[in-house]
Design a protein around this ligand. Structure first.
Ligand SMILES: Cc1ncc(COP(=O)(O)O)c(C=O)c1O
Length: 464
């Protein structure tokens, strides 16, 4: 099992090569594929199988039962659009078992990941001393950041007996779940045209509402998942500063747009964030699973997340004979000093999941990212215009970023569901309905630069 086998390697590399070369990738069928109940029968046995047989079964029965989220026709939820460079380097990360738990074990990988975090942090306008780590996704990042917010609230002079976080109903579902895990209640602030604003936050906190005095932090969203809307970060950040509240910005989806000068002003105020989440596996064209989690003051996160165990003491100690200055108390992720990603989130062992993005950014340069994001934003505008002028459709609102919500006149949820199933069956697109202001609606999430207005025209034609 531990000996390199040329034949299996050729088989797998051949499959990967073919898959990577597909242009476009097939959409495929997910749960709509042929039933899978007997496909795997007896496969895992005491004697094993020929690799070719297992790969064949995977390629023909299992892979086709996975909808390709990197197809330009995948417009549901939040799609993916990994660059070829990032996918190829993901194979390097796997082939080398590249991990990134501590500086002691993985300084090379950690230095590269920190370089990417610094690019994102600079785009947001955070100080040069900001830092953090990559975690598996936005949900894990939100949980890890809010845990730091909860556990350090006392340092800001808050009474922490019943801490609460302010947010709106539009915050991502993972925020609510994180609060449940942390045993913290949400303090729900009414949104104003689907946004959390500084004024609404201030009004709610100044009111006699139960729980207002217990609020220790606020969660703003830069790119809501349902509508792609950016909260009033400047207003919310100012209130947070004045009231010494932790300001968490969930830019898991929208953060990629920090690369785009055309919408950068909408993020005004993001530089005030105490913690920031951007998912490269969404709009930064990286493979799954990758979320950047950045803290303004990483030392606070380290105090909360460092795992204490005798066998781990060595990763926190100075490295004898290492060829760099050792400063065990250093807090600058960009200095060549020990930096342990494990200390900045709810994890210990971790894959060096920031490296595919690092490789792709280093190869293509940031201009290519800017152009790719701008292309998506421009396509989203064109798509919105197409929908607005189609007589049987109603555009719910102009898109802020790249999510377009609209309705087909006279349709109920049942109509949308039937339509979604039929366009997938015909391999036109993968779209799923949503609810907007209490009523069923169609939703298109654009994220792949190859999702053109022509593709969307094909889709909306099927609604006629
Ligand atoms: C704004 C926002 N936050 C958090 C998440 C959760 O991210 P993940 O699915 O990577 O856990 C999402 C996912 O779509 C999101 O859009």
């Amino acid at each position: 099992m531990f000996t390199f086998d040329e034949k299996t390697a050729d088989l797998i590399f051949g499959y990967c090569r073919e898959r990577l070369a597909l242009d476009p990738v097939p959409l495929d069928y997910g749960g709509y594929a042929k039933p899978l109940h007997d496909v795997l029968d007896g496969l895992i046995s005491s004697e094993g199988n020929e690799p070719a047989r297992v790969l064949d079964l995977f390629a023909n029965r299992l892979a086709t039962a996975v909808i390709s989220s990197d197809s330009p026709r995948f417009l549901s939820f939040i799609p993916a659009a990994p660059t070829k460079a990032s996918l190829l380097f993901d194979m390097v990360v796997s082939s080398s078992s590249l991990h990134g738990t501590s500086w002691l074990e993985a300084a090379g990988a950690v230095a590269a990941e920190n370089q990417v975090l610094a690019v994102l942090s600079d785009l947001a306008g955070l100080p040069g001393t900001a830092g953090g780590c990559f975690v598996s996704g936005g949900s894990a990042a939100n949980l890890s950041a809010l845990m730091v917010a909860r556990d350090t609230a006392g340092l800001q002079g808050h009474d922490t007996a019943r801490p609460k976080f302010a947010c709106t109903e539009e915050a991502h579902s993972s925020v609510g779940k994180a609060l449940r895990v942390l045993g913290v209640d949400p303090f729900v602030v009414p949104s104003v045209d689907h946004r959390l604003t500084g004024e609404a936050l201030e009004t709610a906190l100044s009111s006699a509402r139960l729980g207002a005095a217990d609020v220790v932090g606020v969660v703003a969203t830069a790119g809501t998942t349902n509508g792609g809307i950016i909260d009033d970060l400047a207003g919310v950040g100012s209130v947070a500063r004045r009231r010494r509240l932790w300001f968490h910005v969930d830019a898991a989806y929208g953060g990629g747009a920090l690369f785009a000068p055309s919408v950068r002003p909408l993020f005004e105020g993001i530089a005030m964030a105490d913690s920031l989440v951007v998912d490269p596996h969404k709009w930064l064209f990286g493979p799954y699973d990758c979320a950047a989690l950045i803290y303004r003051r990483p030392a606070l996160a380290k105090a909360v997340h460092t795992q204490d165990a005798a066998y781990l003491d060595v990763i926190h100690e100075a490295l004898p004979h290492a060829d760099h200055e050792v400063d065990a108390g250093a807090e600058d992720p960009n200095a060549d000093v020990p930096w342990n990603p494990t200390d900045y989130a709810f994890h210990l062992t971790r894959r060096a999941r920031g490296l595919p993005l690092w490789f792709s950014l280093a190869v293509h340069g940031t201009n290519a990212y800017r152009e790719a994001v701008e292309t998506v934003l421009a396509n989203a505008k064109e798509v919105a215009a197409l929908i607005a002028r189609t007589p049987y459709l109603e555009l719910v609102r102009e898109p802020t970023l790249s999510i377009i919500v609209f309705r087909r006149q006279g349709w109920s949820r049942t109509h949308y569901e039937a339509w979604c199933a039929s366009v997938l069956e015909d391999q036109v697109a993968f779209v799923t309905p949503t609810i907007w202001e209490g009523e069923a609606a169609a939703r298109l999430a654009l994220l792949h630069p190859d999702t053109t207005v022509e593709i969307v025209r094909e889709i909306v034609d099927t609604m006629a």
